[in-house]
Structure formats: C-alpha cells, structure tokens
Design a protein around this ligand. Structure first.
Ligand code: PFF
Length: 452
C-alpha cells in the first residue's frame, strides 16, 4: 500500500508531460474552426480573457488538489470530502466520451497523411473532396479503427514513454512548420491579409452568447481541464516544483500553438473564399478543406502536406494515449481485473461509440440528436455540458468547502503565490457565476428555448 507514487523528473518534465496532453487536435483542428465560426478576433480575445482568469484558476486548483492528495480524480475528491466523490466520477466520464470521437478525427488525419504521401494534393484541394470522403462508410471507419487500435496497442504494451519522447521532438518542428505555412500563405496568396485582420482585430458586433460558450468549452478541452486529467498529473508532480510557474508555462504553450494554428487556417479560408460566411462557419471540416488548397499551391506540396499531417498525427496520438490511459486506470481502480483486460474493454467501448460518430457523416446522416450529428452531440455533451458542470462544482468545492487556503498552502510550498488574491476571488465568485450562466445559456439554446 505504501508503494511510492512515481513522479515526473525535473522541472521541465512536468510541464512537458502536461503540455503533451494539452496540445493536440484541440489546438490544431478545433480552435481554428471555432475561431473562424464565432467572430475571429472577438473569439480570440474572449478565449485569452477566459484562459488567464478561469483557465488559470482551475488549472492551479486541479494540480494542487492532485499533488496534495497524491491521488487521481475520484480518489482525490473523496479523500478531501466524501460528499464530493461524485465529482470525480463525473469528471471521469468526460474522457470516455471524448476518446471515441477524438479517434474518428485522428483517422481523418491518417487518411490525409496517406493522401499526400501518394501524391494526391490536387485532388484533395477540391472543395468537395473532404465532404465526399467523410460521406463514404468504409474508409473513414477503417482509419478510425486503425487509429484507436494503434492507441490501444501503445497503451496495452506500455510503450507510451517512447512515443512521448518522439513527440517531444516532433512538437517544436510542428510549430516551425505552422509558422512557415503562415508566412507562405500571407506572402503568396491574394486576400489572405483580410483573414489576418479578421482573426486579430476584435469586432464587437460579432460578440454573441455562442462566442463565449464556445470559447469556454474550448478552453476546458484544450487545457485538459474539468476531466480529472490535471488532478492526475498533479499527483505525479514533485513538491519542490512551482505550480504557479508551471501553469503559466503550460497555458502559454497551449494557447500559443492554438493561436498559430488559427493564423495558419483563417487567412487561407479568406484567400480561397473571400471570407464567405458559409466557408468560415463550416465547422469540423475546416482544417481538412482549407490546408490542402494551400499545399496544392506550394512547390513540393505533397511532401509538405504529408509531413504536416504526420506531425498533427503525433500530437493527436499523444493526446489520445493520455485519454485512453486515464480511462484504463479508472477502470483498473474500479474492477479487479488486470490492466491488459481493461485496455481491451476500453478499446471495445471506444470502437462501439466511435462507429456512430463516424457514420454520422455518411450512412446515419439523417440521424440527429437534438438537431446535432452524433460527433457534434458527443462534443457538445462533453464540452458544453459535463465540463462546465464539473468546473462549476470544483469552484464551489475549492471556494467554500476545502477553502482556497487549502490550495494556496499547497502552492506556497515553493514560495509565495503571487496571484493568490486573484485566485481566491476568481474561484469563489467570478468563475462559478460566469460558468453557471454560460452553462445555462448553452443548454437552453441547444434545446431551442433561447437564441444566443
Ligand atoms: N487537450 C487535448 C487537445 O487539445 O487536443 C485533448 C485532450 C487530450 C483532453 C488528453 C484530455 C486528455 F486527457
């Protein structure tokens, strides 16, 4: 029982591991399409405002809870206050919902690697290539199954560390390639500059309730908050590492990658569509429709396209591994079966839930849940409902039950917590009130009661 919990080595070890989980499809695929859809500059502004307030307070609180209790989500809430064990359970459901549809998108990425590697850039640059592709049944299912199987094999064989090492090397290269694509697009494509302005200049007339709802959901998703992940990471963090500084570093890195991904994709949308509303609002397909057009105009576009999608694949894979690991370890704690059997159960569950997400664009496109396609519905339930609920209760828990001082004391093990006043006010008042309002408005609007 007294087995020592393993911990991340060194200062940078923790930040890199947490950033590895945080940086994924959320930054490269999800952030740009939301920013394009919900007003460009105004979305960016709202997102950054939420990141430095709610994002900061929640991440600090989650990491401190994990490090204080040395337990992951379910155990941690239970250890601090038995009545709150249910929050850990709720938080744990989130990665179970995200993993299957994450793998569907991971499958799309694999298909694109293969497409560019076989020299199809010009075909892929056609506007209807992506919708035709996801409109077929077999191939997207195949790539999805391959992606989730690969993730499962890695978790099953326990070779995550190896993959993470490779990806730590690839991640900076991905950032460099994104910067290169940004410069290339802006310098060589007519009309791209308007996209830069749309993305960087906030237009307050475009601010809507949905801008805030989408930005908050994206914040949780991108920073792996409100799903127990940061509690687990905190439980592995050594006591002599500054939580405050680490959180700043993770936030800067995560937001930086998302920002650059937006700067890569949105100007390209303007260049090819002139900023047409329907192109900006097209949703999950945005990256897959827009980038091939850019690669097609580049010399060696097939090669660059393939390399780009390989890198995105690694970012997606490390995130999928951390999602699957979380689900596996929750199951292992609950059931008295071995880790390998848990892996197989999670694989089977993810396959089962991922199939409808994939078919939602083809054979089951008529099937809608509260007006949404299956993948959108899973995304909505986890990002716009469960995560805000978990975040709201976490704020109340820290603000009024264990009290902010419990978190502050944990943080001050390594010196003064500079933003402690700000932290206490945010976690007690600002965050819970705002999250509750945002949650209510997103649910009421999904059911068509209000129009935000
Ligand atoms: N934060 C990841 C992303 O932005 O893609 C998604 C994610 C990965 C969430 C891993 C949770 C997790 F455990």
């Amino acid at each position: 029982m007294s087995e020592k919990r393993s911990s991340f080595t060194g200062k940078i070890g923790f930040v890199l591991a947490a950033a590895g989980s945080a940086v994924g499809l959320g930054n490269i695929w999800r952030f740009p399409y939301l920013a394009a859809k919900y007003g460009g500059g105004i979305f960016l502004l709202v997102y950054i405002a939420l990141a430095v307030t709610f994002g900061f307070a929640l991440m600090v609180a989650e990491i401190a809870i994990g490090r204080k209790t040395q337990l992951s989500a379910i155990g941690a809430f239970k250890a601090l206050d038995k009545r709150f064990s249910f929050v850990g359970v709720l938080a744990s459901i989130v990665p179970m919902i995200i993993l299957p549809y994450y793998a569907v998108i991971g499958g799309w990425v694999m298909k694109y690697i293969f497409g560019f590697a076989s020299g199809n850039a010009s075909a892929m640059a056609q506007s209807d290539y992506f919708s035709n592709y996801i409109g077929t049944v077999g191939e997207p299912l195949f790539w999805f199954a391959l992606f989730i199987a690969l993730t499962a094999v890695i978790v099953f064989c326990g070779v995550e560390k190896g993959v993470e090492k490779v990806s730590k090397f690839i991640m900076p290269l991905l950032v460099v390639l994104i910067v290169f694509i940004v410069i290339y697009t802006v310098c060589t494509t007519d009309g791209a500059w308007e996209g830069v302005i749309y993305y960087l200049k906030p237009d307050f007339s475009k601010l809507s309730g949905m801008t805030v709802v989408a930005a908050l959901g994206q914040l949780f998703y991108s920073m792996s908050l409100a799903m127990g992940i940061m509690i687990t990471y905190g439980s592995y963090m050594k006591k002599d590492i500054s939580i405050e500084k680490s959180v700043h570093q993770i936030e800067i890195f995560d937001t930086g990658v998302a920002f650059l991904a937006g700067l890569m994709i949105i100007p390209a949308v303007f260049a090819f569509s002139g900023g047409d509303e329907s192109a900006l609002g097209q949703g999950p397909g945005l990256m897959f429709v827009t980038l091939p057009k850019i690669f097609d105009t580049m010399p060696a576009g097939n090669l660059i396209g393939a390399v780009f999608f390989v890198m995105v694949f690694f970012a997606a894979l490390t995130s999928a591994i951390s999602l699957m690991e979380t689900v596996v370890s929750i199951l292992c704690d609950k059931l008295t079966i071995g880790r390998k059997s848990c892996c197989l159960i999670v694989l089977a569950g993810a396959l089962l839930l991922g199939i409808p997400s994939s078919l939602g664009y083809s054979a089951w496109s008529e099937f809608k849940i509260i007006g949404m396609q299956v993948l959108d519905f899973f995304d909505f339930i986890s990002n716009s409902v469960l995560m805000p609920v978990v975040a709201f209760i976490t704020c109340l828990f820290v603000g009024y039950f264990i009290k902010p001082k419990a978190v502050i004391d944990e943080i001050e093990l390594t010196g003064e917590f500079k933003q402690k006043k700000f932290f206490s006010v945010t976690i007690r008042y600002i965050a819970p009130i705002c999250i509750l309002l945002i949650l209510l408005s997103s649910v009421l609007s999904a059911f068509g009661v209000i129009n935000i």
